[in-house]
Design a binder for this molecule. Sequence first.
Ligand code: PEP
Ligand code: MN
Length: 332
Amino acid sequence: MIVVLASTDAGERVLEALGDARSRTQAFLQASPPLLSVPELSAAEADRIRATPGVVELCRDEGPLLATRRLLPDDAQVRVGPIAFGGEVIPVIAGPCSVEDEAQVTGLAETVKAAGARLLRGGAFKGRTSPYAFQGLGRAALPHLSHARTQTGLPVVTEILSEADVELLAAEVDLLQVGARNMHNTALLKRLGQVRTPVLLKRGFGSTVDELLYAADYILAEGNPHVVLCERGIRSFERGVRFSFDLSAFARLKSRTRLPVVVDPSHAAGDARLVGTLAKAAVAAGADGLLIEVHDEPEQALSDGEQALTPPAFRALMEELRPLAAALGRTL
Ligand code: PEP
Ligand code: MN
């Protein structure tokens, strides 16, 4: 049973009232609203808890809670520096798959900013399928990202692979990306719930909408309210695309969640020629942001070159997206 509390202060009182059940209770007192989770509550215990001052309601664990509109009906806006996700602006996050060197990432930051991107992406730690593939520059990439941010003013998005890097990266970057391969890494999610740096949580390519929302709940329940979701395509039987952009799941996600939902057409397509079509479909469908890979020399890229847009292609796509966003009462 999940106990919804009126305030954090009510937590201690309710824990007291739980008696023996206290030892099996998990407390999420930093969450909004604060919660307790008590397995196997008897009917008598439930009645006692319900009557305790500060208890709003008891509900069963019948699906994701904090990432949905079940307890908090209003949609959340998530701020990353001066940028808000979930408002009128549809922020475009753009940049290389991997940070390769300072000149590369700074040059691309200037390029994507001039085209209208609002945030810079660039992987320092890369979660790759093959252990032999480029794994990113690691810590050495962080000064390059920081230089690019100083030069352009663009907030920086980078992927986090490990709990061990949370402290380091939370202080260094503006938005921490949890990759598709880590969506089920609950230890990492819990740790990200304990910082206040915003998190961009990507859907695993074999995960359901509810599994994504539960993953978001892991972060929210620990107290970090700044979570943006990302649909990036799922594995399907189609071999002509790297992944399949799951527009049905996107629509379902938007109808269920109070969190902003960004779309990554680059990984869904896996082919630069298809990225624009998916990006336009995403904006038309109500995406709260886009994540697009851009590279000066895609054929030389250390990762994901096949799907990277060249700067002219990125500029052209931004010009196509602008009137589409305007028709929906939004701006890029
Ligand atoms: C990426 O954004 O470069 C990436 C690895 O994404 P995903 O986790 O969606 O594969
Ligand atoms: Mn990539």
